[in-house]
Structures are given as C-alpha cells and as structure tokens.
Design a protein around this ligand. Structure first.
Ligand SMILES: Cc1cc2nc3c(=O)[nH]c(=O)nc-3n(C[C@H](O)[C@H](O)[C@H](O)COP(=O)(O)O)c2cc1C
Length: 197
C-alpha cells in the first residue's frame, strides 16, 4: 500500500501530492513547472521517477534539487520489505510526463518499477485521484493499441491532460523543443485534490 489517509490525517496535514515522471520530453521542467508550484500552495510533494527518468534527471542535477525542494528522497527503486516507506501516504498522484511506454504498461497493470507500482495501485484505489499527462508524438499515438490504453486509464477514473488543445501532435522528425502543459496539469491536480474535501 502506498496511498490512502484517514479523515483525521487529511484534516491536520496539508495535501500530499505524489509526483511521478517518466523519460519523455519536458521532464527537465518537472521541478519548475509542477513541483515548485504545488509546494507554493503549502502542499507537500514526494517525487518518484522511472529508472530512465532518474538517469536523465541525475545527469542534470535535478534529482538533488527535487529532494532539496521537497524534503523527501526522490524514489526510483523499490524499498526493501523491512525498510519504512520514504514518502507519507498520498492524496493525489500526478504522472507527468507520461511516456508512451509508461502509459502502455500502466494501462495493462504492469508494475515493473517503483513509479508504475505506485500509480498502478492508486488507479485501483477510489480514494486517490490520478492525473496523467502523456507526452507522445504522432507516430506513437498511431500505434494500434494507443487509444485503447487511454480508454483503459479513463475507465479507471484517471484525469488525462494531453495538451491537445495547446499544441498538436507532431511527427517524430519535426518535434520542437517544448515543455509540458504544466499549468493545465497543475489545474487538474488542484481540482482533483479539492474534490476530495
Ligand atoms: C531525447 C529523448 C526524448 C524522448 N522523448 C520521448 C517522449 O516525448 N515521449 C515518449 O513516449 N518517449 C520518449 N522517448 C523514449 C523514452 O525515453 C523510452 O521509451 C523509455 O524507454 C521510456 O522509459 P520509461 O517509460 O520507463 O520512463 C525519448 C527518448 C529520448 C532519448
């Protein structure tokens, strides 16, 4: 179990947001675009990364920066059974950016890393809302299984923020440098947390 809090806990502690990220475009903006704005609301954040996302963010010093900003270790590995959980129970998960790979595995219920284990369990827990922001190109979205994966996440109650209204999908060779739709992701998180009260 990674999530779920009693009414008493929720009443006395600020909301805890589980920020989970995969290795996709926009990842480098995770702290500035999402983590710091959530912290600025007075809420708490625990960050968990896929192994590849951890490699990318370690290379640019962002894993240390995220740990310093949140006050919690950044997770990318499972704990040993006898070790305590490094993050408090979570009120809302947000998976951003979500790579095509991580969306596919999440939709199929695969939990072969810590990031997928946490979000996959929350998808089945009606008390914990899940926001997912896929970051894919047009070729990835044309994979025959893609629409089914998104439908499975919607069926599980996940709120999808895909930025489609903000920018169109591009072909792999034409991908511009751009961030995630962070303000829309943040708005979805705030709405999901507030809806729990
Ligand atoms: C520079 C670079 C950018 C990438 N951007 C994306 C992306 O925006 N979306 C995506 O689905 N995959 C992207 N990939 C591929 C993923 O990183 C790759 O599928 C990886 O296995 C995903 O692992 P994860 O889902 O466990 O984080 C990119 C790879 C590289 C090297």
């Amino acid at each position: 179990m990674t999530a779920g809090r009693t009414a008493t806990e929720s009443a006395v502690r600020p909301p805890m947001v589980g920020v989970v990220a995969a290795a996709a475009g926009g990842l480098s903006g995770l702290r500035i675009g999402l983590v710091e704005p959530v912290l600025a609301r007075g809420w708490r954040v625990g960050v968990t990364l896929t192994p590849t996302a951890a490699r990318w963010l370690t290379a640019i010093g962002e894993v240390e920066a995220l740990a310093a900003a949140t006050g919690f270790p950044v997770r990318s590995e499972s704990r040993l059974p006898e070790e305590p959980r490094p993050h408090p129970p979570v009120d809302c998960y947000v998976l951003a950016p979500a790579s095509a790979n991580t969306v596919a595995k999440l939709a199929l219920g695969i939990g072969d890393n810590q990031a997928l284990t946490q979000v996959g369990e929350a998808l089945g827990d009606v008390r914990v809302p899940v926001v997912v922001s896929p970051r894919v190109n047009a070729a990835q979205a044309r994979h025959p299984a893609w629409s089914g994966h998104l439908a499975a996440l919607r069926l599980a109650g996940a709120r999808l923020v895909d930025g489609a209204g903000e920018f169109p999908l591009t072909e792999p060779a034409d991908e511009p440098e751009r961030g995630l739709p962070w303000s829309s992701v943040l708005a979805a998180v705030v709405e999901a947390v507030d809806a729990r009260k």
